[in-house]
Design a binder for this molecule. Structure first.
Ligand code: ATP
Length: 513
């Protein structure tokens, strides 16, 4: 089996080759950790956004959406804590001159230990066959227990020293674990320093009157400052939510792993306003709801896990990540945060405006607590894309590259292919395209042998191919080919729309929630 690096390289090159993702300003050698979405990428990204938006806003009658500006009053970022606390601990290797996030170096070390656990599990599963009980093995095997306790104690210590801002201890930990620079291989590290991640910019024409602004590092604050606007104009009653998707910017220290960590990216966030004291229940509810949303896409239960935070952000009283198995291991895909009244209370303080809710049942006003769900759209894109890409060995000693995207998310739903470029077949195919395009995205392809056209559509992730051949002229039936099974069946021309519809309809997928 190919190793993780090879798989990840294939993901990146496939994304480029099939018009999903390009490096930004590539003709100028690119801009580090900034990417553009191509003709297929934009569709996949839009479909993921829509899948999230419909599940969040359309299916919850107490959740509404907004679209706030990227530029906000600079005091916003003082109130939110970003000016003072939106820092990452960085460390430089003196030999390679490469800069790293100190916490990520430690986390990567822990991931290696976890990799060893996975290896033990695989070995044991092979040895014990059907009688293998994974949970029992994990809780009793001495070697696994030893690895697990090492991993836990490292993370605990990291969490504690970050929380206490004890950067010297973070460095000490890196030294004790004998972590080496992946580039130079040396342990020659500088001290750990804090680095603010916000991008600054200026508002106004002349240098002396210009105001310093920031590009928003998260979309959440646009929701908080509009809390009362929405609550009043929408006559919302607690509990209620406000959802938003949009760009966010972070001057990440180590931007790598393709679109996993970008400097300009898109978030999909929902802030749920609740009565103080009810945060524990809502935290559990939203953890479950969000996990179900992920599972509804059918990308494999084993690929997700929760990770509870050891180190809580300055605003949170509980936080968990939904982690996904990316080609480089389990990493954060989404965060669920119990934010208390930190944000609204601070905006009250800094703006001098009341941000309270009058609860008609209690007959009193209070600053609501907030439960947040926050997912990176680009990270979700990477999860979907990397999980879908497969190289399959076929029976006749050939192989095919297929992108098994969940059909509801695929950029193009059907390709219509006339078997030959004559005998009236292209005309029938074009007529079918004109009919189907009202419902979903369709492509017409008449170039090359039909087998090659199938492979092209497999590689780009189109769930259905419909072929028009001479039999169509006789009995108005077509061949419909299913991407994943490669099965072909003969159906009436008039049933193409309904067959495809059933497989790609949002409702069919979201009803699994
Ligand atoms: P990380 O620990 O990976 O830096 P974070 O905990 O800072 O992420 P949050 O501030 O909770 O992330 O942001 C919520 C979501 O936004 C994350 O779960 C992730 O999906 C996405 N996200 C955050 N930073 C980036 C980035 N630089 N590029 C792409 N997506 C990101």
């Amino acid at each position: 089996m190919a190793n993780q690096d090879d798989i990840f390289k294939k993901v990146i090159s496939h994304a480029k080759e099939y018009g999903y993702i390009f490096q930004s300003s590539e003709i100028y050698d690119g801009l580090s950790a900034v990417y553009d979405y191509g003709q297929n990428g934009v569709e996949l990204k839009k479909n993921i956004r829509e899948y999230w938006w419909k599940a969040m806003v359309q299916l919850n009658d107490n959740i509404v959406g907004i679209d706030a500006a990227i530029l906000m009053h600079p005091t916003t970022w003082k109130a939110s804590g970003h000016v003072d606390a939106f820092n990452d601990p960085l460390i430089d290797n003196k030999d390679s001159k490469k800069r790293y996030r100190a916490d990520v170096l430690v986390e990567d070390h822990v991931a290696k230990i976890e990799g060893k656990i996975e290896k033990e599990v695989k070995k044991a599963a092979k040895r014990f066959g059907d009688s293998f009980d994974k949970d029992q093995f994990l809780s009793t095997n001495p070697r696994v227990l030893d690895y697990q306790s090492k991993a836990d104690s490292i993370l605990k210590r990291l969490g504690k020293s970050l929380e206490n801002e004890d950067l010297a201890d973070v460095k000490a930990l890196i030294e004790e674990l004998e972590i080496v620079c992946p580039v130079s291989g040396s342990k020659n590290w500088t001290d750990v320093k804090q680095f603010n991640l916000m991008f600054g910019t200026k508002l106004g024409a002349s240098a002396d009157t210009a105001t310093d602004l920031y590009l928003r590092p998260e979309t959440a604050q646009g929701i908080f400052v509009n809390f009362l606007n929405v609550q009043k104009t929408g006559r919302m009653k607690i509990p209620f939510g406000i959802a938003q998707t949009g760009k966010a910017f972070r001057n990440e220290i180590v931007a790598r792993q393709f679109i996993f960590r970008m400097r300009e990216f898109e978030q999909m966030e929902m802030q749920y306003f609740i009565k103080p004291g009810t945060q524990k229940e809502w935290y559990e509810t939203w953890k479950e709801k969000r996990m179900n949303w992920h599972l509804s896409l059918g990308m494999g239960e084993d690929n997700y896990r929760f990770h509870d935070h050891e180190k809580l952000a300055h605003y949170a009283d509980a936080a968990a990540d939904i982690e996904f198995r990316f080609p480089f291991g389990f990493k954060e895909l989404e965060g669920i945060h119990s934010r208390t009244d930190f944000d609204l209370a601070n905006h009250e303080k800094y703006s001098g405006k009341k941000l309270q809710y009058f609860d008609p049942e209690l007959n009193e006003s209070y600053v609501p607590y907030v439960l947040e769900t926050s997912i990176g759209l680009d990270r979700m894109f990477l999860a979907v894309f990397s999980n879908s890409l497969e190289e399959e060995q076929l029976e006749n000693n050939t192989s095919r590259v297929v992108l098994k995207l969940p059909a509801v998310l695929a950029p193009t739903k059907v390709a219509v292919l006339p078997l030959l470029r004559k005998d009236g077949l292209p005309e029938i195919a074009q007529k079918l395209v004109d009919e189907l395009k009202w419902n979903f995205s369709v492509v017409y392809d008449e170039k090359d042998a039909v087998g090659r056209r199938y492979r092209r559509q497999d590689a780009v992730g189109t769930p259905f191919c419909v072929t028009i051949d001479h039999q169509t002229l006789e009995d108005e039936t077509v061949t419909i080919r299913h991407r994943d099974s490669m099965e072909q069946e003969r159906i009436p021309l008039t049933e193409v729309a309904s067959t495809v519809s059933k497989a790609v309809d949002l409702k069919e997928w979201l009803q699994k929630l």
